[in-house]
Every structure is written in C-alpha cells, then in structure tokens.
Write a protein that binds this ligand. Structure first.
Ligand code: AMP
Ligand code: MG
Length: 700
C-alpha cells in the first residue's frame, strides 16, 4: 500500500484554547507529493474530530489514500489492556475509553477516570499527575508516590525514542498521558466511521486506503529546530514538516518504516530511521561560495612543495554543487549527498544457499531418513505451510525457508523418492542456509555521504531496497585553451602555428572522471576576448580549467586577469613538469590555469585538479594510489622538487619514457602511468623500488 496524502495531527489533552491560534493546542497539516498545505489550528477536540473526519472522507471521495499520524500512544505497556478489559486486543482499550470518557470543551473526566483505573490495580498507580485543585481518589500527584502497581513504566517504543514521555504521566510540561486518554476515544470513533477502509498500525496489516499511525514529531527535533521559520508556532511547524517529509519519501522507504512486528503496545513511526527522515526533512544546506582568498598561499614561500599545495587545496575547497534526488539508474558515478540507509534487510528472510532439501537441523550421525512434505519452496514462490519436525521439503536456491526449516542438505548428497529422502549425517544446524539480514541489517548505514557511487554500490543499494538516492548535481567543468598559436585539430595550420592538443585531451580526461564537460574552445592572447569568454564560462560552469598563459609573461593573460579579481594565487610549485599553476576565482567560480605544455598540463590536471574537482563535486579528498615497483631505469635527481616521469610496466619492472621534455606529448600515449620521485635528492638504480601510479589511479 502506498499513500497519496499524509495528515499529521499534534493532539492535546487539555481544554479549549480559544479562537486565536496558540501553542499547545491541536494542530494538523496535510501534505501531498512533497508539498505541505498550511497548518490548521483546531481549538478543541470536538472541532478537531469533526475536521479530521471530514478531511479523510473528502480525500477518499477524491480517490486518494491517506496515512494519518497522531502524536499519542496507541497502546499501553503490555499487560495493562488485559488487566483493564480482560482482553489482549488493543482495540478493547480504545473502546473502553470511548465508552467512559466524557469530553466537553471546558471540562472532562480524564483525572477521575485515571483514578478509577488505578483503583483496579494493586498498590498505588500506575497513573499519576493531577491537574485539578481537588484531590482525586487513587490518583497520586507525584510519580514517586507510586508503588507496586505492577505495570512497566515505558513501552518499548519510549525506550527507543529518547525523551518520549511514559503514558502514565497525566499533567505538567510534556506529559502525554492525558492526550492518550482523550485521544483513543476519537480513534475508536474513526475506526467505526470508516470501517473496513481503515487500518491501524501496527495492530493490523495496512492493506486498506486509510492508515492510522502513531507519530512523535520530536523524533526529528533537530530538523524541526533547523527549519523553523521566525515567529512560527512550533506545533504548527512540526506537523507541517513531518507531513511534508513523509510525503517526500519514496513509497518503499515509507513501507520499510511501517514494517514492524505486531505489538499491543503500539510503536512510533520512524524509530530507527531518524537519520533518513532528518536528511529529507532538512537536506544539508546548499554549499556556501568559496572565499576570495581560498587559493592564497602563505607569504614567503618561493617554491611551494607539492604536498603543501595539495594540503592547501584540501583545506580551502568545499563542495559547490547542489543536491538532487535520483533513481538508481541515474546514480552511477555520482557523489552521495547523504548517508544511505538500508530500507530492508538483505536477505529479507532466511533462505536456501543451495538446491536440496530443507528440514529442522541439526541432523545426527549416520543415515538419516526423512519423510517429504508435499510441495516445495522455490525462489519467489515460498512454501506457505510449516514443515513438521523430522520432515523435509524440496528447497531450491534462493527460496525462503518455510517455518520449521533452518537447514538444507545438498541435493547431490541425497537419495530421494517421491515421498522420502535419505542422506548421511551429520549436518550442522543452519548448514547451507542464509540468515535474514546476514548481509545487511534494515536501518544500517550502507554507504557514507561523499562516496562516489560505484557499479557495486548500485547492487548493494538495490538489494537493500533503496530505489532513490540523494546525490550532488554533476559538476560542470569548462575547458579552455589559450594562445594565438593554436589551431583546431584537423584544420589548416601554418608553420608558426600548432594544433591545440590540450583541449581534446583534457575534455576526454575530465569527461572520463564523470563530470559534465563544457568545451569553452580557444581564446587568443587578447585580454578583452579572454575576459568575455571567462564571463560566459562563469555562467555555464561550476569550475573553469584553462591551459596556457598561466605564467607571469607578457602574453600570460589568464594569470593577469585572475590577478585583477584579487583572488589570484600564482603558485610556483616545486614540480617537474609543471611549475606555474594559476588559481583564482572568476565571478566566484574556481579557475585553474594549467601550464600550456601538454605533458605539464596533463600531469598537473591529474595531480592537482583531480582531487580538487572531486571535493568541489561533493566527494572527499583522495590521494592517488601508487605501487612500489622495481625500476628498469637509472636516474639521479636534485633535491627541492618532485618529479613525475611518464612510465609503463614491462615484465614486472617500470620503464620511463626516453625524453623528459614536457612538450613531448607522444610520451603520454606511450605511458600507462607516472613514476613519482620524492622532493629529496635521489639516485635510482635498476631494481630499486620506485612509486608507480597508474593513470587510472588519478580517476576520482
Ligand atoms: P604558455 O604556458 O602559454 O606559455 O605555453 C607553453 C607552451 O605550451 C608553448 O609552447 C605553447 O605553444 C604550448 N601550448 C599551450 N597551449 C597548448 C595547447 N592547447 N596545445 C598544445 N600546446 C600548447
Ligand atoms: Mg601561451
């Protein structure tokens, strides 16, 4: 069953609150399709009962199903109902109160009734608290005055919902006991009014278009506080927020929350799912803009070590993309905006790991003979009945284990006739069976925020009943080449001109990283033209990556323009190939000016831009994974800078490209990764272990 309309009711056990909206009164709010109506103030219970009844009737007349939540307990701690009514049926308690509660707007008999109930119990209590001046027989004014009444203080739900009040407490701040006594008669009449169309959670299966459930808005108190508009009445806001949140949940998540075992005590919707509810109620705020000085390095550093530059990026960059909800088929490669919670257990029920015969284990030593139950349990077609002890049933891989079965013997180990099987024991109890939830528990956090969703994650989420996830919008990355000498690949070029090698290379690289590539074309070495291109890029992109023109020369217009914004940091990084890396903000968009030389552009993109883009896109900071491999080359380097050499692996050893020239783009095609040599002086001889980082390790 899924629900079209969510109606949330904040109930009150007190007297009429007058005609102007006030706190601690009855507030209701409905939401459909993720949008809440305005909250409605209802001055007393008679008005509220009429309003709610008419609302539900109207929704049904419009063909809509309704889930109505009421914020008071639907049951009492186990044993109370039986003591009061002689029955274990929770509705007997509802009807008991419906027959005895007298409710007028300015007077009701709840305290007297509680005293009369206390008189039925031994000792003093369980009800306590008296809002009247006069003493009421059998009703202690203080909780501590109670003794030996035999009832548990809290329902299991109150133990799990921190801060929820026990049902015995009738008056004073936060007391809910009066709400229960004054609420159950109303629910009892709603049941009578809507008959077979209405079901009550968790006492009945919710297979009808009206469901009545117990709620407790304080379950999402954090989100209520965080989203509270100025001057709003809290009771009004919290019913609106809860209604809106429930109506925004995918139906499978609502069903997962409703999927709790029967208990006469009742339960509170959402226990165990608070994090998920709060994430929907109050999604993490849209990211703040980056600060203008975010790229500025500490003064005085002449050549910045690679690790310092990376640490600086890590400390100053933050996610810039907004959150959206997508279904799993759109989710691969996206960054999670919130933790993902298992909507159901995996496996959801105990099932068979092999084809064979199921029975109640263990099986003893020696030959085992078991009569077969007629029928079988197959995947998707479970056997409905119970299997008697000593009997077996044909059971196939993936089939739910019927009642009475916890062990499966492999069909290859069995001799079978139409009516019986024989096999050699022993066999341990639980053999060849999978336990419910042995892989994932319902409510368990399965994937953390900031993770990039892998194909395997899609499998895990699907198995855990998750159909939609909150992810970051795709990062839009603009790619620009700069330089008067550049021509488009395949076009005519004079001898003084070269082809733009960086743009196709960087577009493909960043596209492979899973971002939306915006090809910004080529910019000439002309400041006004470059400015116009950057202005346009800032409107269409979340981040701009350019190559060329990043140094401090006459024709280095990229760094000159960024300088003009006051946000430029021209990093002279102690790295080969690379060196000048211009970083700045253009209309608040981070801009990375990579070196023009293709090898340097590629290496700087992988070493600096890859982790930075990942953070901007909503991921966490990562470091490319390197491997220690014996060198097939010799080399000696000076101290003071890090070096990246184009490399590939042959016969288990790592070779390097013959030339280190940073214009030699062909070496990038030759290579499958980079050898990273540290900042210190180093002499490498063949056979020495060096760090090899495959190109793929730089992928986010
Ligand atoms: P620059 O950083 O602009 O001084 O450029 C450094 C070197 O890289 C020069 O030799 C440029 O011609 C070359 N270069 C710049 N951009 C590109 C590009 N997109 N494709 C190929 N080479 C480039
Ligand atoms: Mg240039």
């Amino acid at each position: 069953m899924s629900f079209d309309t969510f109606l949330m009711v904040d109930w009150s056990g007190g007297n009429d609150r007058g005609s102007t909206p006030k706190k601690d009164a009855i507030w209701v709010c409905a939401a459909r399709g993720g949008i809440a109506d305005d909250p409605v103030y209802l001055r007393n219970r008679a008005v509220a009962e009429a309003w709610i009844t008419a609302f539900i009737a109207d929704e049904r007349a419009a063909g809509r199903s309704v889930l109505a939540g009421f914020d008071f307990a639907f049951g009492y701690p186990a044993g109370f109902g039986h003591a009061l009514t002689g029955s274990d049926d929770p509705f007997a308690v509802w009807d008991w109160f419906a027959a005895r509660v007298k409710d007028a707007p300015d007077n009701n008999n709840r305290f007297d009734l509680a005293g009369q109930i206390n008189a039925l119990f031994p000792g003093i209590g369980p009800f306590w608290g008296n809002g009247r001046k006069r003493d009421i027989p059998h009703l202690p004014r203080k909780g501590l005055d109670r003794a030996n009444h035999g009832m548990r203080e809290k329902r299991s739900a109150e133990k799990q919902a921190k801060g929820a009040f026990p049902v015995w407490h009738l008056s004073g701040a936060g007391a809910v006991g009066s709400q229960v006594i004054m609420g159950l008669p109303v629910l009892s009449r709603l049941r009578a009014r809507f008959g077979d169309e209405l079901r009550v959670w968790p006492f009945e299966p919710l297979d009808q278009p009206i469901a009545i459930v117990e709620i407790w808005p304080s379950l999402i108190a954090k989100a209520v506080t965080a989203t509270m508009p100025d001057g709003q009445i809290k009771d009004a806001h919290q019913v609106a927020l809860l209604a809106q949140t429930l109506s925004r949940l995918p139906p499978d998540q609502v069903r997962a929350m409703l999927d709790v075992p029967y208990t006469v005590e009742g339960s509170i919707l959402g226990i165990g799912h608070v994090e998920m509810l709060e994430n929907i109620a109050c999604p993490p705020a849209a990211p703040p803009p980056l600060k203008n000085d975010c790229f500025a390095m500490p003064q005085g550093a002449h050549w910045t070590p690679v690790d310092d530059a990376l640490a600086h990026l890590r400390a100053h960059l933050a996610t810039v993309t907004d959150i959206e909800t997508v279904s799993l088929d759109q989710a691969a490669g996206r960054f999670l905006a919130a933790d993902v919670i298992a909507v159901r257990a995996h496996p959801p029920a105990p099932n068979a790991a092999v084809d064979g015969y199921g029975f109640a284990g263990p099986a003893g030593e020696g030959v085992q003979n078991m009569p077969l139950v007629a029928g079988r349990s197959a995947a998707g077609r479970p056997y409905d009945g119970a299997v008697p002890a000593g009997h077996a049933i044909r059971t196939l891989t993936g089939a739910n284990l019927p009642d009475g079965v916890d062990t499966v013997v492999l069909q290859e180990d069995v001799t079978a006739t139409q009516t019986a099987i024989a096999f050699h024991g022993p066999l341990k109890q639980g053999a060849n069976a999978r336990k419910a939830g042995e892989d994932l528990r319902q409510g368990q956090m399965i994937l953390p925020a900031h993770r990039r969703i892998t194909p395997a994650d899609l499998g895990t989420m699907a198995a855990a009943g998750v159909g939609q996830v909150q992810v970051r919008q795709r990062l839009r990355v603009g790619i620009l080449s700069t330089g008067d000498e550049l021509r488009d690949p395949g076009s005519h070029a004079d001898s003084g001109q070269i082809y733009d090698a960086n743009r196709p290379m960087l577009c493909a690289l960043i596209g492979r990283w899973g971002y939306d590539v915006v090809d910004l074309g080529r910019a000439p070495d002309d400041r006004p033209e470059l400015r116009a291109i950057l202005d346009d890029a800032a409107r269409r992109c979340d981040v701009i990556i350019s190559s060329g023109g990043a140094s401090a020369g006459d024709e280095d217009h990229m760094s000159a323009l960024l300088e003009g914004t006051g946000s430029l940091a021209l990093w002279r990084i102690a790295v080969k190939p690379g060196r000048p890396l211009a970083l700045g903000l253009w209309h608040g968009r981070p801009a990375f000016g990579l070196p023009g030389n293709p090898v340097a552009a590629m290496v700087c993109a992988m070493v600096f831009a890859a982790p930075a883009l990942r953070v901007l896109a909503g991921g966490d900071w990562t470091t490319a994974q390197g491997f220690q491999i014996p060198a097939a080359f010799s080399k000696s380097k000076k101290a003071g800078r890090r070096e990246y050499l184009r490399a590939r692996i042959t016969d288990g050893r790592v070779e390097i490209f013959a030339s280190e020239g940073s214009g030699r783009v062909s070496g990038l095609s030759w290579a499958t990764g980079l050898v990273e040599l540290g900042d210190a002086a180093q002499t490498v001889a063949p056979g020495d272990l060096v760090t090899y980082i495959p190109f793929g390790s730089f992928d986010p």
